[in-house]
Every structure is written in structure tokens, then in C-alpha cells.
Design a protein around this ligand. Structure first.
Ligand SMILES: *Cc1c(COP(=O)(O)O)cnc(C)c1O
Length: 398
């Protein structure tokens, strides 16, 4: 008999769970888009978004998903035939590179596979070899959601400075913002992008491009910028209409207002610490399951694991079997394996991911661990014992 009725737990690495407070803020009749209260509310989002990104820089808001933010960031900074350097640690780095190719840019990939973080020395070598400064930007994914690898973005700024290379440092924080610690200004990031539907706990449909004065300078020197993606008027609108280059995404904005209130009531450091602690509980459970049988966390070194998403392998087809059991029998939705590139398992049926971004707490994560343990047991998938004990220990450790 399925035990799945009741409130489901969505452990997808995006879209993530939406707080009732966000949903309730959105549940309202169509607002008057000429109402000054709405204009004030939208203006109030800007400083609060900056506080999440830890920047005094500019922010442009878009009606689009993360793919749109990829294109927006590139459209303002990279002209056709200019070069971008992309150190990749999974499918999303390649996705951003593809987007750059689509805009006519030359793309130089520094492939890192999918189990190790970006190696600053390899990026250093690529920059040092670029004597003519053809490279206009380094596109780095902070947390590659497919592999759950977290890379050191500040190290890339140090490398750019060491080589004396003028390329912009651009970071994809779509998975990490509001989950893993990120400091745009202190880390020397010129352009940072994120979406509404992961750490920000709002439905998919909005994205944000943060940029500093250096990047604004690069934008001004561009031969042309596609009108819709142009960040200039969006970041400094003379009238309300310009924030979104058209009609505002009214309901998302109310949801975002509520989400930012929740984030800042908790405090950024607390939000980061909560994600870190909950992630450690999942890793502790994963290491216990992996002590016997096929279960493996994708990233061996905890220092390079994201606090927002955890990729795991179970062997084909047991990743799919476990996901189906958790969803259909227990009300827990796990993420699919993505971009693994395993030639023996073209559909990634041996892989899956835990999303633990945004609206997550101890009882939800303990429920997730207990549910996966039950699934492994029911499905007769060999696994080590003591996962729950290990998770409890991780949550109660000083
Ligand atoms: C989710 C995600 C994207 C893509 O965002 P969409 O909203 O699905 O277009 C890009 N990069 C990273 C790191 C992501 O996690």
C-alpha cells in the first residue's frame, strides 16, 4: 500500500520547494501595474537582492529562466568572434559554453570531468597563454548542479590578477545563491547570474544578472547589445516599465518580496550555515550507505561538495528504481542524474541527485534520509547500515 499521500517533499535541485509564505504572497488578484505601491515594492527588491549576492553593484531583472540569464550576461559583454574561457565541471558549464557559441563567440573549454572542482592552475595556464588578451570573459559555474561540485570562485580572481589578464570573471550561481556562501564583491566577481527557482524559493520564471562598474564599462564599449537583454535600462530604469523591458512579472515579484523577507529575517550567515549542516547530514548518510554495496556520493572530497545539491550513483538501473519508489510509494521526489556521460548507462538510470536548496530544514532532510533508507531496503539494494545514526550525529555535532 503506497504511503505517499500527504504533503510531498520535493528534493529536486530546482525548481525547489516554495514556502507557503511565498505562495500566499502570490495569491492575489491582478494588480494595477501603474500603482505606486507596486513600484515601491519592486524598488525595495534591489537592495535586498544585493544583500543576498553580497554586492554594492548593479542588478538587472529578467522574465526568463537560468538559460535566459546565461544569454543576458553574455549579450552585454561578449560580441560575436570574441573568446570566452570556460572551465567545466559538469553539464551546466557546457550549457553556458553552448549559449556562448550560439551567440557567435569562440569558446575555449578547460575540461575538468565531473568529479573535481575547477583547478585554478589550469585556468592560470590558459590565461597566461593568451598573450594577446583575446579572452574576454571567464565563465565559471560556482556549483555545477549536474555533478554537485562547488568550485572556488575567489581563486579565479586571484589567478586573473596574478596573470594581469583583463577578462571579466563571470559566475553562474543559479544553484548556489542563497545556499552556498558567495561574496560577489569580496571575491572579485564582475558578473553573477542566478534564477528565482532554486535558493530564492520562488517559482521558475525570473532571473537576475548582477554586474559591477567594470562590467558596465565593457557593456558600454560593445558594438551593439540585443535590446531585450540589455541590462543598462533595467538596472537604472527611468520608469517602471524599463525594469522588465515590458510588462512586469507581477506575481513573481510579490513572491520574491516574501522570499527575500524570509532570507533576511534568518540572516545570510544563518541561511548558509543551515544549508551546510543539512548537507553534512546527507553526506554522512551517503557515506554510511556506501560502506557496503554500490551507493557512492559523486564528489569524494567534502571540501568540494555543494551545500545545495548532492549527486549520487547507485548503478543502473537502481537510481531510477529508487527514484520511482520514493516518488510513488513515499511522496519524496528526487532529482534525475544529469549529464553523467556514462557510456554504459546512456539514460543515467544509475544516477540521481538530492536537492537541498532553499526551503529545507532538519525534519525534511531526516525524512528524506529515512525514506531513501526504506527504499533501498524494500528494493533489496545492498547498502551499509547506520545512515540515520550518522545523519543524527552530523546534525548534533558541535
Ligand atoms: C538550474 C541551473 C541552470 C539552468 O537554469 P534553468 O532555469 O533551468 O534555465 C544553469 N546553471 C546552473 C548551475 C543551474 O543549477
Amino acid at each position: 500500500m503506497p504511503l505517499s499521500n500527504g504533503r510531498p517533499h520535493m528534493a529536486l535541485p530546482g525548481p525547489s520547494m516554495m514556502p507557503d509564505r511565498v505562495l500566499q504572497a502570490m495569491h492575489r488578484p491582478a494588480p494595477d501595474i501603474y500603482d505606486l505601491d507596486l513600484h515601491d515594492m519592486v524598488a525595495s527588491l534591489v537592495p535586498d537582492l544585493r544583500r543576498v549576492a553580497r554586492t554594492d553593484g548593479h542588478v538587472a531583472m529578467y522574465i526568463c529562466n537560468g538559460h535566459g540569464a546565461w544569454e543576458a550576461a553574455l549579450s552585454n559583454t561578449v560580441a560575436p568572434d570574441e573568446t570566452v574561457l570556460v572551465p567545466t565541471t559538469g553539464a551546466f558549464g557546457h550549457g553556458w559554453a553552448e549559449m556562448a557559441r550560439g551567440l557567435g563567440a569562440e569558446v575555449e573549454i578547460v575540461e575538468h570531468g565531473r568529479t573535481t572542482p575547477i583547478d585554478p592552475d589550469r585556468v592560470c595556464a590558459a590565461l597566461a597563454a593568451d598573450k594577446g588578451h583575446r579572452i574576454k570573459a571567464v565563465l565559471a559555474v560556482h556549483v555545477d548542479t549536474s555533478s554537485s561540485i562547488r568550485s572556488d570562485i575567489a581563486a579565479l580572481r586571484r589567478v586573473l590578477d596574478e596573470v594581469g589578464h583583463p577578462a571579466l570573471l563571470m559566475a553562474d550561481c543559479i544553484a548556489s545563491l542563497g545556499c552556498d556562501a558567495f561574496e560577489m564583491d569580496a571575491w572579485g566577481v564582475d558578473v553573477m547570474i542566478t534564477g528565482s527557482q532554486k535558493g530564492l524559493m520562488v517559482p521558475p520564471g525570473m532571473a537576475f544578472v548582477f554586474f559591477n562598474d567594470r562590467a558596465a564599462e565593457v557593456r558600454r564599449a560593445m558594438p551593439r547589445v540585443s535590446r531585450y537583454w540589455d541590462w543598462a535600462a533595467r538596472a537604472e530604469p527611468e520608469m517602471f516599465y524599463q525594469y522588465f523591458g515590458g510588462t512586469a512579472p507581477t506575481h513573481h515579484l510579490y513572491g520574491l518580496r516574501a522570499a527575500l523577507d524570509m532570507i533576511h529575517e534568518e540572516g545570510m550567515e544563518h541561511v548558509w550555515a543551515r544549508h551546510a549542516r543539512l548537507a553534512r547530514a546527507i553526506w554522512a548518510a551517503g557515506e554510511a550507505w556506501g560502506a557496503e554495496g554500490p551507493f557512492r556520493l559523486n564528489v569524494a572530497d567534502p571540501a568540494h561538495r555543494s551545500h545545495a545539491v548532492t549527486a549520487a550513483a547507485l548503478g543502473a538501473p537502481d537510481g531510477d528504481r529508487l527514484r520511482a519508489w520514493c516518488r510513488d510509494e513515499a511522496g519524496l521526489v528526487l532529482g534525475i542524474g544529469l549529464g553523467v556521460g556514462d557510456p554504459e548507462d546512456p539514460t543515467n538510470s544509475g544516477y540521481f541527485r538530492f536537492g537541498h536548496m532553499g526551503h529545507v530544514n532538519a525534519h525534511g532532510i531526516l525524512g528524506l534520509i529515512g525514506t531513501v533508507e526504506t527504499g533501498l531496503t524494500v528494493l533489496d539494494i545492498p547498502h551499509g547500515a547506520g545512515a540515520m545514526d550518522a545523519a543524527v550525529k552530523a546534525l548534533t555535532a558541535a
